[in-house]
Design a protein around this ligand. Structure first.
Ligand code: PSU
Ligand code: MN
Length: 301
């Protein structure tokens, strides 16, 4: 069910650095055409920093590892591309559907292809009021069990960040801050919550990955990379927008997998597009870091 493109296949054989990328951020995380422009810029940033990008999505029921620019364009504008997590994979394979992979689904496919490093914007987490809604992203379960390192800008304050950290602790997922002791809050570099460990270099990140794999401590690693100050949102503006978006979602009764895309879109509308610009910059920033970490890891393997 997996089709690995020629460049990636060759890179895998030669042990070259590869960085996996998800497609939900394209189909459900940003509006067209910025989503496509961003996806292509992110791929270029990875190449400029010495690694090979592998954008992952499902086309006619086949998991494609290393989508072409034209396929990325399709993911950006086609209607009816479903958002898929672990539970959806067998269904979209059987029904030969087009599907955008979340962090969880991308981790699964990257792992099956043999790719260790995966770059995204933000991961899913424990939603606010999860004690009654039980809305906890399947991304967290995947981090618990699948051997992939995920580089993100922390988790958005649309989530309950303290509970998200507790969950990751319970699941045995190392949470590492890249040159920070704090968990970044996606649109802003700080959340006021500590990470388990600060890492100061890409080499250190690679050594941690190496020791986790070498000692068969299965599961993911989360590396949180703060948004650069100059691209960050004003904390008050973004937190007000988040609050409004959450109450809007509540009023409209948005549920299940629609929640995260709805909140992202509403926040973009409420901030007049500013949150989208921050979102784009933080993904590119993560791509640069991911490329460098994958290079260091390729030297150790
Ligand atoms: N956060 C973002 N942009 C995104 C997502 C999260 O800033 O596009 C997507 C990712 O694909 C993530 C998914 O895996 O949302 C989580 O969805 P849910 O909360 O339904 O598990
Ligand atoms: Mn959910």
């Amino acid at each position: 069910m997996i089709k690995i493109n020629g460049e990636i296949k060759k890179a895998l054989k030669e042990g070259l650095p590869i960085v996996a990328l998800e497609s939900t951020i394209i189909s459900h995380g940003m509006p067209y055409p910025k989503n496509v422009e961003t996806a292509l810029k992110v791929e270029q940033a990875i190449r400029d920093n010495g690694a090979i990008p592998a954008t992952i999505g499902i086309i006619d029921g086949i998991a494609v590892v290393g989508m072409t620019p034209d396929e990325i364009e399709q993911f950006g504008k086609r209607k009816g591309i479903v958002k898929v997590s672990r539970r959806d994979l067998p269904v979209v394979y059987a029904k030969k559907m087009w599907a955008a992979t979340t962090v969880a689904a991308t981790m699964i496919i990257a792992n099956q292809a043999g790719i260790e490093v995966f770059v995204t914007g933000g991961i899913g987490g424990v939603h606010r009021h999860a004690e009654t809604t039980m809305d906890i992203s399947a991304d967290l379960q995947e981090l618990a069990k699948t051997d992939v390192t995920v580089i993100c800008a922390g988790a958005k304050a649309i989530l309950d960040l303290p509970l998200t950290l507790e969950y990751l602790e319970t699941m045995g997922v190392p949470v590492l801050g890249y040159q920070t002791k704090e968990l970044p809050a996606f649109y802003t570099p700080r959340s006021g919550l500590g990470v388990d460990y600060e890492i100061v270099s890409c080499k250190e990140a690679a050594e941690i990955i190496y020791h986790k794999r070498h000692n068969h401590l299965s599961g993911g690693i989360l590396i949180a990379n703060p948004i650069p100050e100059k691209y960050a949102m004003d904390a008050k503006i973004i937190n007000d927008a988040i609050k409004k978006a959450l109450s809007e979602a509540d009023k409209l009764g948005i549920k299940g997998k629609e929640v995260t895309p709805f909140l992202l879109k509403t926040i973009v509308d409420l901030t007049g597009g500013d949150s989208l610009e921050s979102n784009i910059h933080l993904v590119i920033n993560n791509a640069i870091l991911g490329a460098k970490i994958s290079q260091e890891y390729a030297l150790l393997k």
